[in-house]
Design a binder for this molecule. Structure first.
Ligand SMILES: [Ca+2]
Ligand SMILES: [Ca+2]
Ligand SMILES: [Ca+2]
Ligand SMILES: [Ca+2]
Length: 474
């Protein structure tokens, strides 16, 4: 079933001549990997605290970036970002919620990854218009910023509540996809985007698949077909019954909303190549109970959709995982929220993407995280491991309401080509929130030697409920 309620398109201003000139010169720096803001080959960790009080303004929001090192994210090297930081557009105001969404790519291809920060509560032409800030990478880390183009401000609110970056229109430069609420719920801002560039156009659309009241609530992307261009996974809630809706879009097509491919429904997703066949695979998390979502499951579930040349591979069965699946640690219990977040990355360095799954509701919302491993035949439960704050070697103690696993990210912070596991618990210490980082070895994330830090360590006020870790590297 295809449907489209509203679709408006701005003509792209890109000319064939500009395209020809965009071929990189021989001396150009190779684009940095996402989140490597200082270009040292180690990805850095960005942590959103949208509930943070800034200069007395409640819930203005803050982001800390902790730089990678040979031993993992190193809190002594960090950058604190708010809308009051010198060089940042705007000002920290109550309920802006700066840091609600994060994404990264080397937008200006200078060898330093750049950071995109969503501020959905920013007031503009009306309340909660929303804005997106680009902060530029450099050899010394993040510094200097600009505001991302926003084409339809009267037609949407909460612009920046979801973000993804990639060459979505397949013209050779990095674009930004932005989720919002209102008649326009998804915008494509066309690259190239540099410190001084003017707009290269873009498009915006809405769709009955995701109700305008909730809009596009989450985005992920990856090369599902193996053709070198990323597809976008969209999440929202359906207009007619509020059910989670998830679809795959090819934004190379101008009327892509007419050609959406429906995916198993959920609220979050990750894209990566679990079986290393050249087609990235899609993992969708749905942490709701059946009473809260028509696609829900007791305790929550995660579904793996294997990629193929046309998108989802029709020759491969969906793999549905719950805590009752044989080989998955734990048991499905009401409110576990298995699938509160998902992340894909090659934890053990064998070439197959591995999967981290948050279960933020486990044990009275103390929370837990499970890691499952990829293989040539797909995701397996062999070696499946769970981590909590009570795991030996992991700092802290599991307490009700911590929500450990609300966000997870598999990112190589040490530069050894193994993705390390970072986990947030936004409920830690009555809503202060905190983040844990576990270095990966050939046998997976090591609890021994793992570290933890919270807002106070990185310069953020613990007034109110900052919710440190509400967003992490995506
Ligand atoms: Ca780095
Ligand atoms: Ca850059
Ligand atoms: Ca694959
Ligand atoms: Ca692996």
């Amino acid at each position: 079933m295809r449907s489209r309620i509203a679709s408006t398109v701005l003509a792209a201003a890109l000319t064939p001549l500009a395209l020809a000139l965009s071929v990189p010169a021989a001396h150009a720096a190779p684009a940095a990997a996402p989140y490597d803001f200082n270009g040292d080959g180690r990805a850095d960790l960005a942590i959103g605290a949208p509930g943070a009080t800034v200069a007395g303004q409640a819930r203005a929001g803050a982001v800390t970036v902790v730089y990678g090192s040979a031993s993992g994210p190193k809190t002594s090297t960090r950058t604190l970002l708010t809308q009051n930081t010198a060089g940042m557009p705007g000002a920290a105001e109550a309920d802006d919620a700066f840091g609600s969404a994060l994404a990264s790519a080397d937008l200006n291809t200078d060898g330093y990854a750049d950071l995109l920060v969503g501020t959905p509560g920013e007031d503009g032409s009306d309340n909660n218009d929303g804005t997106v800030t680009i902060v530029w990478g450099s050899a010394s880390g993040l510094s200097g910023a600009r505001t991302l183009f926003s084409f339809f401000s009267t037609d949407y609110d909460r612009y920046g509540q979801a973000l993804a970056a990639g060459d979505f229109d397949a013209d050779g430069d990095v674009d930004v996809a932005v989720g919002s609420t209102g008649p326009v719920t998804l915008s494509l801002v066309a690259g190239p985007i540099t410190r001084s560039s003017s707009s290269n156009g873009g498009s915006g659309s809405g769709n009955d698949w995701w109700a305008s009241a909730n809009g596009v609530t989450h985005l992920s992307s990856g090369d599902v077909t193996g053709d070198g261009h990323p597809r976008v996974v969209l999440h929202g809630r359906a207009a007619h019954d509020g059910a989670a809706t998830t679809a795959l879009a090819d934004m190379k097509i101008s009327n892509y909303t007419d050609w959406l491919q429906r995916l198993p429904s959920g609220f979050v997703s990750a894209v990566g190549d679990i079986d290393d066949d050249g087609h990235a695979d899609i993992v969708v998390g749905n942490d709701r109970e059946t009473s809260a979502d028509p696609g829900g499951t007791l305790g929550g579930r995660v579904t793996v959709v294997y990629g193929g040349p046309e998108g989802p591979d029709p020759g491969r069965a969906l793999l549905t995982l719950t805590q009752d699946t044989a080989g998955v640690p734990g048991a499905s219990e009401k409110g576990d929220r298995f699938g509160s977040d998902v992340s894909l990355g090659d934890v053990n360095g064998d070439g197959y993407a591995d999967l981290a799954i948050g279960a933020a509701g486990e044990n009275g919302s103390a929370g837990a995280v499970t890691v499952l491993y990829g293989s040539a035949s797909g995701l397996t439960t062999k070696g499946a491991t769970s981590y909590t704050q009570n795991t030996t070697g992991v700092p802290g103690t599991s307490e009700n309401g911590d929500r450990f696993g609300e966000r997870v990210t598999l990112t190589d912070h040490t530069g050894d080509h193994r993705a390390d596991l970072s986990v947030s618990a936004p409920g830690e210490n009555s809503g202060d929130g905190a983040v844990w980082s576990l270095r990966s070895t050939a046998t997976g994330p090591a609890a021994s030697g793992s570290t933890s830090f919270g807002p106070g360590t990185t310069g953020i006020s613990t007034s109110g409920a900052p919710g440190y870790g509400t967003a992490l590297n995506s």
